[in-house]
Design a protein around this ligand. Sequence first.
Ligand code: ADP
Length: 640
Amino acid sequence: MQSPNFYTRKNNIIAAILVGIILSSAVSLAILHSLQSQQYSHLISESRRQLESGLLSKASLISKVAARHIAEVEHATEIVASNAAADPTLTGENLKALLVSSVQLTNTINAMYIFDKDGILVYTTNPSPAVQTRVGESFSDHIAFVGAKNKKASFISPLTEAITADISDRIFISAPIVDPANAEFRGVVMSSMPSANLADSINHDVALEGEYSMALVDIKGDVAASSGPAGSRIGANIFSDEILGQVPESIRVGFANALNDALVGRTGVYTINVNDQGQVTTESISDVVMIGYTPVIVNDETVMVSFIVESANIQSLLRESENPAFAPTFVVSYIILIIMAIFAAVIIVINRKLSGKVTKSTLALEKNNLDLLTITAELVNKSSELEKANRARDEFSAMITHELKTPLVPIIAYCELLISGAQGKLPPQVTEKLNIIHESAKSLSRLISDLLDVRKLELGQLKLDFDAVPAREIVTKAVESAKPLADSKNVLLISYPEKTENGDGPLVIKGDQKRIEQVLNNLLSNAIKFAPEQNGVVQISLKRDNAYVAFTVEDNGIGIPADKVQNIFQKFYQVNTSSKRSAGSGLGLAICKGIVEGHGGKIWFESKINKGSTFYFSIPLFASETQAVEREKAPGANKE
Ligand code: ADP
């Protein structure tokens, strides 16, 4: 049986493997998760980068378009100014015609104005009566007049009020009229560009999708053109509450920074991360507000800023690039790893329960085993005690049996003395009674002797005095002592001469003469006992059988039934206890067997029911049989 430690060790190994599976599942999950989130954030930042560059290119496109339109107007204004220089009145018909055609040629300006050197409006293409009434008035402090006069070059104004209305929605582009002969300042040509015209042209040239909102801001920060939320706020300052106040507070600072940055001529994208409540956050995987900005540069001068705002949420980014976290391979891997971990955990639990049961049963078995060992030890003890007691009992009964026999000796001797008449002739009735006593005492003595022999055989105490004994002598003596019984039963006793092989002398055995005689006597008395009442014959023969001498006692009696054959040599066994013939102790054959085997020989028999039985026994030949025989043959040698 394996010890509980063995199972515990095995269980610990299994548990360790399972924990290993769980841990490796967890590690794999963590690695998978970090891989997918790395990939995810990589995709997000890639998308944001693409957004940024898209935004930037849109902003610069707007700036370029705006710059192109402004430069076009500036160019047209300069041409008019150079033509005006050749007109001393500044109001010649040719000059007026040039002004009209210039206005028509450019899409973005609505009128042109000519001021003389003192700022007096001398001519305008603007047919509006309100404007026309102002011809002759001085505009010497008008920004466009002052700008061109002082700069001595073309000038682009920030958003400025219209001539007759108090709406700041005009960008004035002016150019000085300079006498080519003496470089004398003679006045200013001014083009008026409503910001709406500029916005229209930009919208026409640049297609802006819904999510963008665009604005053009002049260098003071006033909105010159816009789409989206600032669209209706032309002229309003971008830093005013009216505009910046509309922007969610959380991103206002970023918005202002972007504008300031752009106004100093820089190009860039300002990105603000916001969560889904619109609050600024540091999370990189969150919604974004991006502000792209580019200066509008005309003749190396920043005249405006274009900027473009885009709000993008993660969902829209993810739609463009599938979230790998939910890609089928990732999902399948997650499920497999989670199932593995659950499976391992379940096995650990089951294993713990089972191992608990196994340990319990093993302990119970061990206890039983221990109990069994204790019982076995007790049994061994008891059995050796029993053996001792048995031996003591056997010795005691052997001793008792011997003691029983002792008083019989004088009884038998005195019976014989009295029967012999040596003490005086006895009446026949007394002699008859004495004979009965004598026979009974002898048969009791025989029984006691038999019991004694059986005990001795059992205790291994039957002593045999080995000697070289002529087999014939044993037969002769046995026949002699059986004769009276045979005669009384009318049984014919035939003793055959011994059968020897060529060259053999008389057969000599190595044995205890008295004991071999006892065997032969027993077989003879059985044979006579079981011989038929009429014509009973018992035959005794001797022959050499290799290294043995085989004795044979054959009768023509009742035989032994086949089913009893195997018990015949057991002590106290009798085939038919009711039969008178079989009166006896059932010890004879058991003693015979013990004696023969004690000599190293064998005893056996053949029998046929109602035909007779033949008993055989073999005794080893005396080793120096030849010398013994020689001794017998020698002259004067005594026969034993
Ligand atoms: P017992 O004192 O009864 O003769 P034995 O041991 O000598 O005891 O014989 C055992 C039994 O074997 C006998 O009781 C008898 O039934 C049977 N037996 C022995 N010899 C013969 C025989 N020659 N013929 C028939 N039965 C025999």
